[in-house]
Design a protein around this ligand. Structure first.
Ligand code: BJW
Ligand code: ZN
Length: 251
């Protein structure tokens, strides 16, 4: 197992912390087999975000967008949480107050056991009506390419993810901002920090006094702002941190 230089600093910070928050992104699910967006082989290297992840794109070519999400749903259905997801879920149990803020839509954090999760960009499992907002409760077969319609208004059903130009879920964003402001330690894991307002949260946490730690094999837009950067995949780094923390607190 690789080691993390300065892990003692992280453990001391965690022992002293009452509030810990973490922002996660697509990199956390990379080792589960789900593609990230902005890595060289990521989704945006092949697909056009304006066409597939915007309300305009959906209105222009609903079938194309629906088929793309159906394909991604069937990939997600076949994937399992990795050691990083499980370590994050375990950390929640060991900390007085732990908030997990995720940009991921795959629900793997919840499957791994995380409970206090804020989904800033929605999720790929649920659907709702593009026209009237009503939830769509019928089960969706990812192999079915027929476009579903709303039982209430006959409108267009869409995945309950947040597209570019759309507002983030108000409650999740509000709670995430509060968690960032009260955090003693804030982790940013597996995100390029290119997308706002999520990318603001680590900076808000730092400005509010948190010790901020980035876990990412690559440099990101906010690396320079971090108190510590760990250049490792999350499925490696998170278990090391959690195991060491458990050892130190006798759990
Ligand atoms: C590993 C790893 C391993 C690899 N371990 N790490 C202020 C300034 C500038 C722009 C804006 C702004 N405010 C709003 C905007 C516009 C826009 C925005 O931010 N644009 C930027 C791109 C410039 N934001 C929005 O539109 C948001 N809405 C909003 O702000 O509403 C208010 C508003 C409305 C109208 C006008 C103005 C304001 C909504 C954003 C919605 C984002 N949606 C997507 C798609 C979701 C649905 C779907 O899945 O299809 O969300 S885009 C995509 O990016 C997805 C992700 O959640 C999001 C973030 O990506 P993430 O997770 O960081 O992934 P990557 O691929 O970028 O990075 C992966 C990282 O992992 C890399 O760093 C790797 O190194 C690393 N990695 N393997 C650890 N094993
Ligand atoms: Zn409707």
């Amino acid at each position: 197992m690789d080691s993390i230089p300065n892990i003692d600093i992280i453990i001391e910070k965690l022992i002293a912390a009452k509030n810990v928050a973490m922002l996660t992104g697509a990199g956390v699910s990379a080792e589960s087999g789900i593609k990230t967006f902005r890595d060289p082989d990521g989704l945006w290297s092949k697909f056009n975000p304006a066409e597939l992840a915007s309300a305009n794109g959906f209105m222009t070519n609903r079938q194309l967008v629906w088929d793309w999400y159906q394909e991604r749903r069937s990939i997600v259905n076949d994937c399992k949480p990795n050691a990083g997801h499980y370590a994050i879920a375990e950390l929640e149990i060991l900390i007085d107050d732990f908030a997990l803020i995720t940009q991921n839509v795959d629900r793997l954090h919840q499957i791994a056991g995380s409970r206090n999760v804020y989904e800033l960009h929605g999720n790929i499992i649920d659907n709702h009506c593009f026209d009237c907002g009503a939830a769509y409760n019928k089960e969706i077969d990812p192999d079915d390419s027929v476009l579903p319609s709303c039982a209430k208004c006959g409108g267009r059903i869409r995945p309950s993810v947040v597209w570019f130009g759309e507002m983030l879920p108000e409650y999740d964003l509000e709670q995430s901002s509060l968690a960032a402001q009260v955090a003693d330690v804030f982790f940013t894991v597996g995100t390029s920090a290119e997308v706002y307002p999520a990318a603001n949260l680590p900076l808000l946490a730092k400005d509010s006094g948190a010790y901020v730690i980035e876990i990412n094999p690559n440099v990101t837009a906010i690396s320079n702002y971090m108190n510590m950067t760990i250049r490792m995949p999350s499925a490696q780094a998170m278990p090391i941190i959690v195991e060491e923390f458990k050892k130190r607190i006798g759990k």
